[in-house]
Design a protein. Sequence first.
Length: 251
Amino acid sequence: MSVILETRNLVKFFGDVLVLDGVNIKVERNSVTLIIGPNGSGKSTLINVITGFYPATSGQVIFEGRDITRMLPYQIYDLGIVRTFQTPQPLKKLTVLENLLIARKHVGEGVISALNYKKWMEFEEELVERAFKVLEFLKIDHLWHEESYKLSGGQLKLLEVGRALMTEPKLIIMDEPIAGVAPALAHDILKKVNELKNRGITFLIVEHRLDIALKYVDYIYAMASGKVIAEGSEEEVINNPHVVEVYIGGG
């Protein structure tokens, strides 16, 4: 498999505090890559830098051979990278369906294309059809008319996945997708991730619930104090003495 995403000696300072210290990772296309580590190890900062929410102090982020280090989030989105958040952030007063519909750029947003009524009406019909297919795939189509604030925590996580899928992404980056979710639903979410991987979507996931997540991933990076301290298969990483020491010591 080819590498779709790579970070090269990625460094991030917040003031005088070093949060990322020369991070190098590679994500293979059509894989599920997991980043683990105790709180404060730099995991969320890493994905915030990759997705353009934080600027890197130095180093590079390479996506499909292109340097995207200095790009803004909307530019990175246009390339096919989308993310979900640890705390789902839907528009609460909109319905589940409406939240999916607004995730995709609308052809009618352009000044000229907005004048082509037929074109954007056809686009909207196709968009609604796609949204229902996504909802059916995630098994939340029965909630399509519900305002999103009425959803449970697990359903909101699925809605986050659904909004990401509406953009037809190449890479989905997920920050703790099963945090606070009941075990049965957590397994369902990660099973869907694997189904989507088999359809050609790549995943980079940060997650703490290793008892559930490990069986669903292809490759693992362990971080501590802003550095990658181990990488490889489940057995290689979990049995790594440095990883064991960091987890037992809490940092």
